[in-house]
Design a protein around this ligand. Structure first.
Ligand code: SDX
Length: 428
């Protein structure tokens, strides 16, 4: 017997189907609520609203579970590689050796960008935040590959756009950084793996025989895996809604980059380090800053803490916290803010304010400490998040388009003026 839910409005009962997901999540399907009842629902921030059915990523916020296509994030972070995870998210299965070699080889063939991209880059002053440059360069692909604007593009054309996106994102990211520091850009060295190729473009100076530290490349590969997808978060929902208008993959993902930039979302990793540095400079009094975070009038939040879905530890934060320890030891880096971060976590997790609100460290709380140890500048932290999240955005955009989902167009409750006559300016 199919499960249903009833809603009573003005004494009339309406019945709606209840659907149950793979992991027994329950949803009331209100697709015909307006047609049946004339009423809509209201849910600021969509805290209680499902936008779609998806087979890509599963989160359990209470148990702190994260799985990509059924594989646990712990397994993938320990045993997989970023390109293998990208293939899994986008195509639904772990690749065979031949499939991965072809995917990686196709990506290598597209790491270069058109020389005219430099003209766009030159238009950005060195004071530009790399996230704004990245979003612009990524969207500029619509100019160089106009065939991607065709909403009915054949599958092989979509595959080419996917490969170009993954191939050129590191080049755009490294070039955005070089623009910020006023250095000449580097071209991709396709003899290297995905992360090493990026790191060499990021750090190599002209005519330098730059060698990438494998410890750094491995740590970055793990971080990109941990950021690769996270179901219907703010930036992914942005990619989906822009893509639902049949906008190209490049413009949809560029919109996602901009959504990720916000300090409440991916921009938090940069804010965490700035916060930890401020606490260190202020003498490291964690109790004082915890109290500030609890004071609504302070305007201060403990950045890297809290999550819309996780009401337990963010599993990524646990993995990154351990990785931070390992990487700093391997690189011989002693970062005083790591100790402050651990002290903040210890104090917060025994404080009733945080306990009652189920506020735990999220993915951004420790990631910045690793990025810093890898020598990545703080303005580039959210760019690293975008590089990691790219396969997730691609997978979600592809799923939405393959499922032929309708254009996203939420409704509203109007609370403005009733009808009123126009008043000429002389009479106002
Ligand atoms: C990411 O959605 C995703 O999956 C995102 C992400 C992904 O992988 O895509 O996981 C990546 O964006 C991680 C989150 C990074 N952002 C931060 O670290 C910024 C700090 N955290 C928050 O601002 C907040 O916790 C959010 C934005 C993450 C979640 O906000 P919600 O779900 O809208 O919760 P809320 O703002 O309504 O807070 C509920 C209560 C409030 O107190 P009361 O009004 O109930 O008294 O908790 C308090 C908030 O004031 N609160 C905090 C807090 N976070 C929430 N108080 C102090 N410090 C904080 N960090």
């Amino acid at each position: 017997m199919a499960k249903t839910a009833q809603l009573i409005i003005d004494g009339k009962t309406y019945e709606f189907p209840v659907i149950v997901g793979t992991e027994n999540e329950t949803a009331v399907d209100i697709s015909d609520l307006l047609e049946k009842s004339g009423a809509i629902t209201l849910d600021f921030g969509y805290k209680n609203t499902g936008a779609t059915k998806s087979a890509i990523t599963f989160l359990d916020g209470d148990k702190g579970i994260l799985r990509y296509r059924g594989y646990s994030i712990e397994d993938l972070a320990e045993k997989s590689t970023f390109l293998e995870v990208a293939y899994l998210l986008i195509f639904g299965e772990l690749p065979t050796t031949d499939q991965l070699n072809k995917f990686s080889g196709d990506i290598k063939n597209h790491t270069m960008v058109h020389e005219d991209i430099k003209k766009i880059l030159d238009g950005f002053p060195s004071s530009s935040h790399p996230m704004g440059v990245l979003a612009s360069l990524f969207c500029a692909q619509t100019a160089f590959y106009p065939e991607a604007l065709d909403p009915n593009r054949a599958a092989e054309g979509v595959y080419l756009s996917i490969v170009r996106s993954l191939a050129k994102m590191p080049t755009f990211a490294a070039w955005a950084f070089k623009n910020a520091v006023g250095h000449p850009v580097n071209y991709p060295d396709n003899r290297l793996d995905y992360c090493s190729r990026f790191l060499k473009m990021l750090y190599a100076l002209p005519a330098e025989d730059y060698h990438v530290d494998p410890v750094v490349a491995d740590a970055l590969d793990k971080l990109l895996i941990l950021h690769a997808d996270h179901e219907q978060n703010c930036s992914t929902s942005t990619v989906r809604i822009v893509g639902s208008s049949k906008a190209s993959i490049y413009s949809s993902i560029s919109a996602g980059i901009n959504a990720l930039w916000g300090p409440l979302h991916g921009g938090a990793n940069q804010e965490v380090i700035l916060m930890l540095e401020a606490i260190r400079k202020d003498g490291g009094d964690t109790e004082k800053w915890i109290n500030k975070a609890k004071d609504k009038n302070s305007g201060f939040r403990l950045m890297g803490f809290g999550h819309r879905v996780y009401k337990n530890f963010d599993p990524r934060a646990k993995i990154i916290k351990k990785a931070a320890d390992d990487v700093l030891k391997k690189l011989g880096v002693n970062d005083p803010v790591l100790e402050i971060a651990m002290k903040l976590e210890e104090v917060a997790l025994r404080d009733p304010y945080f306990i009652e609100r189920k506020l735990y460290p999220n993915v951004d709380f420790y990631s910045g400490i690793i990025y810093r140890a890898l020598g990545i500048p703080v303005d580039m932290f959210t760019v690293m998040f975008a590089m990691g999240r790219l396969p997730g955005w691609i997978a979600q955009w592809k799923e939405m388009r393959e499922n032929k989902e309708p254009i996203g167009r939420p409704r509203q409750v109007y609370v403005g003026q009733k009808l009123r006559p126009y008043v000429p300016i002389a009479k106002r």
